[in-house]
Design a protein around this ligand. Sequence first.
Ligand SMILES: NC(=O)c1ccc[n+]([C@@H]2O[C@H](COP(=O)([O-])OP(=O)(O)OC[C@H]3O[C@@H](n4cnc5c(N)ncnc54)[C@H](O)[C@@H]3O)[C@@H](O)[C@H]2O)c1
Length: 429
Amino acid sequence: MNLAIVGSGYVGLVTGACFAEVGHQVICVDNDLKKVHSLQDGHIPIYEPGLEELVKKNVAAGRLSFTASIGDAVAVSKVIFIAVPTPPQPDGSVDLSFVEGVAREIAVHIKEEYRIVVDKSTVPVKTGEKVAQTISRYNPGADIDVVSNPEFLREGSAVEDLMKPDRIVVGVSSNRAVGPMKEIYTPFNAPIMITDLNSAELIKHASNSFLSLKISYINAVAAICEASGANIERVADGMGADKRIGRAFLNAGIGYGGSCFPKDISAFIRISEELGYDFRLLKEVETINRDQKERFLKKIREALWVLRHKKIGVLGLAFKGNTDDVRSSVAIAVIQQLVAEGAEVRAYDPKAMDKARSLVPEVKMVAQAEDVADGADALLVLTEWTEFKSLPWLAIKKRMLSPLLFDGRNLLNPDEMRSLGFTYTSVGR
Ligand SMILES: NC(=O)c1ccc[n+]([C@@H]2O[C@H](COP(=O)([O-])OP(=O)(O)OC[C@H]3O[C@@H](n4cnc5c(N)ncnc54)[C@H](O)[C@@H]3O)[C@@H](O)[C@H]2O)c1
């Protein structure tokens, strides 16, 4: 089927490449001309395992192309996906101006043929209704259906998640859209759940908020572990072995970050408020998440006493492992606080240094992980990159001024690190 994806970022580009991979004809649109030109030249603007190969293969096969023109894409595509940003506003609500702007642009380009406009961006419940009204207002004759098809990919394994999804949620307001949506997704061999528009939108916000809740829950339990001498990993294993609970998202650390969880949970709180429900449970999830970062910083301050002029080495800048995304990364927030208190920070990340530079201009980025240790008073692990586990830790310790190691992601083995001579601190163990 001929498909257009408006917005060629983490979601749009990966979705476009995966749709092309299963045989659809896909045009990815973006209003960032630089991005479009670089994609046309074969450069992939984000790091995502497997993406570069997939894009190249499908461009070469003639199934995937890039343009800055929504008009060109709408003219030939039966289904148009919207995958533009939905960033937070200062009050926690969602800035829907990107979605609204794209809806208006799509509207003016729709001619007499039937079109399906699919919202893939994460949006508050009732946005689909607004998108349909907007298109009808700017093009009263447009023959369209609006569909909500939230995306559940995880950065770092986005290609795999898209190719092998747990489920595909399709919210419709008319049965006419069901057939084409099933045709698009049948090659992915996953359950397709057809719902109404509002339920599909709620499924996304409710899911991301629930995952954030799991993280804050285990972080709260980690605080009890620290106070009681229990080990959070044993506790999480014991809890997670229960199928009703599950082990995923029960890893204690310095809290969740990234471009989705923080904004989606505050959007869900906000839309709930507008609908007359005070979602106190989720407000507490946010508070625990903020506290978690503070609790980590407190451990560093307690150990180092004074931060001014202390040399601190940092491993990890991305909001999680396997991605170069630093949007709302807790690692960046921790570094910014350390710098504000006068510490001198050196940092390394396998993929995210370029994107982090402008957020922490005071930080010296180094070419090798081990180099963060030179003359350091303390070393922090802030992102769970697997490769950090196998660093030459003894050699690293020898390069440090004092062997303080703070593992904010519980990535390393405490016994091993202590036997190497580190004063090792992690979260809840
Ligand atoms: N990143 C994730 O892991 C993830 C997962 C699931 C859902 N989502 C949701 O998907 C949406 C997109 O997220 P993302 O991470 O891909 O964002 P992104 O910032 O990586 O990409 C968005 C793209 O849209 C483009 N864009 C903005 N306005 C445009 C316009 N008017 N016309 C054409 N292109 C335009 C931008 O230039 C950018 O390339 C958000 O609602 C997000 O919450 C993200």
